[in-house]
Design a protein around this ligand. Structure first.
Ligand code: SF4
Length: 65
């Protein structure tokens, strides 16, 4: 599984951080997403998928594999 984020789309809603705090963080200055792990470990993958689904800006892309 690989994850990418589009900082230009991100509106800093923070849903990803609440859902998958080991995979995502937010910049202190403006709340834009920080990708902590582009290839999350197995225990984190379900949460990362959920984060992509709940992101209101569709800024998170998950590629299976
Ligand atoms: S949920 Fe989406 S819009 Fe909100 S901080 Fe994460 S990537 Fe950005």
């Amino acid at each position: 599984m690989k994850i990418s984020v589009d900082e230009d789309k991100c509106i800093g809603a923070g849903q990803c951080v609440l859902t998958a705090p080991h995979t995502f963080d937010q910049r202190d200055s403006d709340g834009v997403v920080i990708l902590l792990s582009a290839e999350p470990a197995a225990p984190e993958q379900a949460a990362a998928r959920t984060a992509a689904a709940v992101c209101p800006a569709a800024a998170i892309t998950v590629v299976a594999g």
